[in-house]
Design a protein around this ligand. Structure first.
Ligand SMILES: [Zn+2]
Length: 120
C-alpha cells in the first residue's frame, strides 16, 4: 500500500493512499478535485484534478485497454497468417490509442492541477 507522510509541522502522520480514501471536491463547470486528507491534522493533499473531457478520455482509455488485453489474450494456436495479421493490427491499434489517450490525460491533468490546486 502506498502512503505519504503528512508534512505539516508537528504532525508527520502516515496517510495511507488507497482508492477508497480519496475524497472529491466538486467545482462548477464539472471540475473534480481528488484529494487525501490527513486524519490527524486534517491537511489536504491533492491527487488529481479532472474535467468532464478528461474523465470521458479516462473511460475511453479503459475501453481501449480492455480491448488491447483481450487481443493479447487470444490463443493464436492454429491461426491462419491472415488472422494473425489482423490480430497484430488490432493489438497495435489498441496500443496506439492507449498511449495517445494516456499522454493526453497526463497533459490535461497537469494543466488542471496547476490551475485548480489553490481551490482545494
Ligand atoms: Zn497531518
Amino acid at each position: 500500500m502506498n502512503k505519504i507522510i503528512c508534512d505539516k509541522e508537528d504532525c508527520k502522520a502516515e496517510i495511507p493512499q488507497t482508492k477508497d480514501l480519496i475524497e472529491t471536491k466538486y467545482l462548477s463547470g464539472g471540475i473534480q478535485i481528488n484529494f487525501f486528507r490527513c486524519k490527524k491534522c486534517n491537511a489536504k493533499y491533492l491527487v488529481s484534478v479532472t474535467d468532464k473531457v478528461t474523465r470521458e478520455k479516462q473511460i475511453e482509455l479503459r475501453k481501449w485497454s480492455e480491448q488491447h488485453n483481450k487481443a493479447l489474450g487470444i490463443n493464436i494456436k492454429g491461426m491462419s497468417e491472415e488472422e494473425l495479421k489482423k490480430l497484430t493490427i488490432l493489438a497495435d491499434e489498441t496500443k496506439y490509442n492507449m498511449d495517445r489517450l494516456q499522454e493526453e490525460i497526463k497533459v490535461s491533468i497537469a494543466k488542471l492541477k496547476a490551475k485548480y490546486e489553490g481551490e482545494l
